[in-house]
Design a protein around this ligand. Structure first.
Ligand code: TYD
Ligand code: MG
Length: 450
């Protein structure tokens, strides 16, 4: 008989320990350890061990990677060109961001294309799903619903009839009986995922798992799911603003950092084919502190508006706040401006925001942030037809970035007239009609143009 063992898991990172601890040695979070009971079966040494021999890589036959379209171009792009049979995909995001909606839309398209779909929901009743489905469109009879909380029920069904795609909504509500801990706990979530992985690989079914994210930004409990699955997609964006960004964080079948942009409308999510236009919509004219940058999201250049507000502080310690961009990066750029350009910013509060709810990791936005800060500090607007990109180093130098020409082309396409770029990128940019490209090598030079 299986014995029960007590273990403690960190709900943040999944660190396992035999005793309770205040601080997790894995992720340094406090008070995250929870007790869980797991059963340990007495494993028999199997005879089949002896039969396993390694195979030479030259003899391995590659299976054809069969992909099928989701019917949503933006989702296909993020997945690397479509759904791969036998893959396990984790779709994470805040509650209410639209995970169930996008998967239901995908199911609709797939069932229309004649694939059999099994939608397993542990959260909603059949009639709730039906109500949402009616807003999205009409479905065919190949779309099957199953409202259960037990993985064994799903396995039972799959043994009888094999669907092409399974959706598990959500991983935090599905349990296996072998494990006595609560739904959504680390050991449950890990075990369910492992079993789903086996099912996906053995039966060649594409499985999508929905995972809710906690406030701290990890899929509740199991950030360690990420390494178990083939593809990790995150849905981000402001829940109150209409735009949603689907980002691939990991993809065994395609490139990461690709994004898909969607808009939540009355009839579900609609695709946004020109994100630059959307991101720049409603940009204020002739206002100080607003600058457009061009960031690369995967293979796509996207124009974004950076907004900065610099004002005299009323505190001993000035306030610095950033939304959508790394806070430390903003502090660093403020320090560089102070030391290398001689602007006295230490007595100023500074706020930096990326309009449109996007998040930016690309250091090529540095030059734009600097422009926005200086523009607000001097209270002088930057020319509305100007786009800037370039990484700023600690000595105030402006360093080259990737895909410079593509960025300039995007700026041209969106009707901008001037582009400030790093000098080292000038060679890689062909002369483009209708847009003036200016190369700068340091901040002092760069600031002459605004
Ligand atoms: P949902 O997909 O249920 O979120 P998740 O599964 O990530 O928790 O998102 C639902 C939200 O989207 C909800 O607040 C209502 C809104 N919504 C629309 O605005 N239009 C629609 O057509 C649908 C289906 C949902
Ligand atoms: Mg949902």
């Amino acid at each position: 008989m299986a014995k029960e063992k007590q273990v403690f898991f960190c709900q943040e990172c999944g660190f396992e320990s035999s005793k309770w601890m205040g601080q997790c040695p894995g992720c340094r979070a406090w008070n995250t350890f929870c007790e869980e009971k797991i059963s340990v079966g007495t494993k028999k040494q199997s005879d089949r061990r002896a039969a396993i021999v390694p195979t030479s890589i030259l003899e391995v036959v590659t299976a054809d990677e069969t992909r099928f379209s989701t019917g949503l171009e933006e989702l296909n792009r993020v997945l690397g060109g479509g759904v791969v049979s036998g893959s396990l995909v984790l779709v994470g995001g805040d509650p209410g961001i639209g995970k169930s909606t996008i998967l239901l839309q995908m199911c609709r398209n797939l069932s229309e294309a004649g694939h059999q779909i099994l939608y397993v929901s542990g959260e909603e009743s059949m009639s709730q799903i039906k109500m949402r489905a009616e807003r999205i469109g009409s479905f065919t009879k190949d779309m099957l619903l199953l409202c259960v909380n037990n993985l064994e029920d799903v396995e039972e069904y799959v043994r009888k009839d094999k669907p092409k795609v399974i959706i598990i909504d959500s991983i935090q509500t599905i349990i296996v009986d072998d494990i006595s801990s609560a739904p959504g706990s680390v050991s449950q979530v890990k075990e369910v995922t492992a079993r789903l992985m086996q099912m996906a690989k053995q039966m060649n079914i594409a499985i999508f798992i929905v995972g809710h994210v906690t406030k701290e930004g990890t899929v509740a409990g199991p950030r360690n799911l990420e390494h178990m699955v083939d593809t990790v997609l995150y849905f981000e964006g402001d829940r109150n603003a209409g735009f949603r960004i689907l980002r691939a964080v990991k993809n065994r079948f395609g490139s990461t950092n690709e994004i898909g942009v969607f808009e939540m409308a009355e009839k579900g999510l609609s695709e946004v084919n020109n994100p630059s236009k959307v991101m720049l919509d409603g940009r204020p004219q002739n206002t100080s502190g607003s600058v457009v940058v061009c960031s690369m999201e995967g293979t796509r250049p996207i124009l974004l508006e950076i907004q900065a507000l610099v004002c005299q502080t009323n505190f001993n310690l000035p306030r610095r706040t950033s939304v959508g961009i790394d806070y430390n990066r903003v502090n660093l750029l403020l320090a560089v401006l102070e030391k290398r350009v001689g602007l006295v910013l230490s007595g100023c509060d500074a706020y930096v925001n990326i309009a449109g709810g996007m998040r930016l990791d690309d250091p090529s936005a540095d030059l734009g942030i600097v422009y926005a800060l200086v523009s607000s500090f001097r209270n002088r607007p930057v020319d509305g037809g100007l786009v800037a990109f370039g990484e700023v180093g600690l000595s105030g130098e402006v360093r080259g970035v990737s895909a410079a020409e593509q960025r300039v082309n995007e700026a041209k396409k969106m009707g901008f007239t001037t582009c400030i770029v790093p000098k080292s990128n000038m060679d890689s940019i062909k002369k483009i009609e209708g847009i003036k490209v200016i190369g700068v090598s340091n901040l002092v030079q760069a600031l002459e143009y605004i």
